[in-house]
Write a protein that binds this ligand. Structure first.
Ligand SMILES: [Zn+2]
Length: 454
């Protein structure tokens, strides 16, 4: 059998690979590539294979770098089945629509500029209609169940976000394990990742192939201090967070700190319509929770603090937060501070040293979030310069990815000798590759378009 790698090779986005037995091509993941605008356009709009020939697409989880190009795949003729967990399918109902909305808005903005220059308009990557049509092709497969049709795919817990799985694929007498994105043990809300064993080849993510995280409890302690400081100074704590995963973890953490009386009960706002919808999906899928959260869910019915925390959909309500005085916590998207409501909150708060900004997720190069992490003292927001006077705290511990230690331990426990590394920036993937090679593994990090025979 042969594996073709078409994305997330020596980078973290655009996940997409094909396994074929010579007769059929089975697709795994269909992620959006994110990077420089021109390259992203080119890669997302064109498929290196005929989508009409693919009978099945399997998904590890709902993040856009793994599933965000599905509407475009369907637009280009895919008519097979898209197989994912019920929670992943529910999340994608909202996330693909949200993504379509962003692409439509982007195209609208670009077309305004093109019109002024007398250029013809461009089409959005995909539209709301495309996103809605693609939802018809989904078919659920539960955790620990096996799909069979001349080959088999089994889903096991990945502990990364709600509904996330690792895949064990059997085809042509060979067994392949794919970690998808691998979570960390002891993260709030989710179960710990399960272990793939006894496969011929393990395809593993390497996002944090070089770096280590502190224990999550350290992040709880830091957040406790930051919120107490806001209470004293009557400041605002602004937390940019991805709508899926990080927002719910931060809410859960604040909820627990209040319950344990470690922080006062100050107002907390989750200001993002997508986060609000996604949090409702979390409430519909308690089967994905770890024991502690499940107990909280059964006993209180409210691990995400619906009673205590205000979820904001309406734009006017969102704007009203700008005129309100602290202390308060505002959690809002986008996670890398590139667009969305978070920009308004940063613009209004960043110049006042009583406030604070808390970064809880990975910030890609050239984003506003990355500039804040790197301690820049002057940043542009909506094209205007702002002085950064509010302190910026970075709590990487909320990251939903395994770190270097977790990944090395995972490989050692798998008993697998042949390892293929994907989903990592060059530095991270090389650091992990070197260490695994030193330990005697047959390890390889493919480049885009590479084919590997098993
Ligand atoms: Zn992910």
């Amino acid at each position: 059998m042969e594996i073709e790698f078409w994305g997330a090779t020596r980078t973290v986005t655009g996940s997409q690979f094909i396994i074929s037995d010579g007769k059929r091509k089975i697709l795994f993941e269909c992620g959006l590539f994110q990077g420089r605008r021109k390259e992203s356009e080119e890669r997302n709009r064109n498929f290196p294979y005929d989508p009409g020939e693919i009978p099945y697409l399997f998904l590890s989880h709902a993040h856009m770098d793994h599933a965000g190009n599905i509407p475009n795949l369907v637009k280009h003729g895919f008519r097979g089945k898209i197989i994912a967990t019920p929670a992943t399918i529910d999340l994608l109902q909202y996330m693909l629509r949200d993504s379509a909305h962003i692409h439509e808005k982007d195209a609208e903005y670009v077309n305004k500029k093109r019109k002024r220059k007398g250029l013809p308009p461009i089409e959005p990557l995909y539209t709301m209609k495309d996103a809605e049509e693609s939802m018809e092709f989904f078919e659920p497969l539960d955790y620990y169940e096996t799909f069979e049709d001349g080959f088999s795919v089994r889903f096991i817990e990945a502990g990364h976000i709600l509904g996330s799985v690792q895949l064990i694929i059997e085809m042509d007498g060979k067994k392949i394990g794919f970690t998808g994105d691998l979570g960390r043990p002891h993260l709030p809300i989710l179960r710990d990742p399960d272990q793939i064993e006894g496969v011929d080849v393990l395809i593993m993510e390497s996002t944090y192939g070089k770096r280590y995280h502190r224990p999550i409890e350290e992040a709880y302690k830091d957040l406790e201090k930051i919120i107490k400081r806001a209470e004293e100074l009557k400041g605002k704590v602004i937390i940019p967070a991805f709508s899926v995963g990080r927002t719910q973890e931060v809410v859960y953490c604040i909820h627990r700190l209040i319950d344990e009386k470690r922080i006062p009960e100050i107002p907390v706002y989750v200001d993002s319509p997508l986060s609000t919808n996604v949090t409702e999906v979390f409430r519909r899928h308690p089967e994905c929770f770890d024991e502690e959260t499940y107990k909280m869910f059964l006993e209180e019915g409210d691990p995400f603090g619906f009673e205590r925390i205000e979820y904001i959909r309406d734009v006017e309500e969102s704007k009203a937060l700008n005129h309100m005085h602290g202390p308060m916590v505002i959690i809002s998207a986008s996670g890398m501070c590139e667009h969305g409501r978070i920009l308004h909150h940063l613009k209004n708060s960043i110049e006042d040293e009583r406030n604070a900004v808390v970064i809880v997720g990975y910030q890609a190069v050239n984003t506003l979030g990355r500039k804040l992490v790197e301690g820049e003292k002057r940043v542009n927001i909506f094209g205007e310069p702002h002085r950064v006077r509010a302190p910026v705290y970075v709590l990487n511990e909320f990251s939903a990815h395994a770190d270097r230690n977790d990944l090395l331990r995972y490989v050692e426990s798998s008993g697998v000798k042949r390892i293929i590394l994907v989903h990592g920036e060059e530095k991270e993937i090389e650091a992990l590759r070197e260490e695994l090679a030193r330990r005697g593994y047959d390890v390889h990090a493919p480049r885009r378009g590479e084919r590997i025979t098993i």
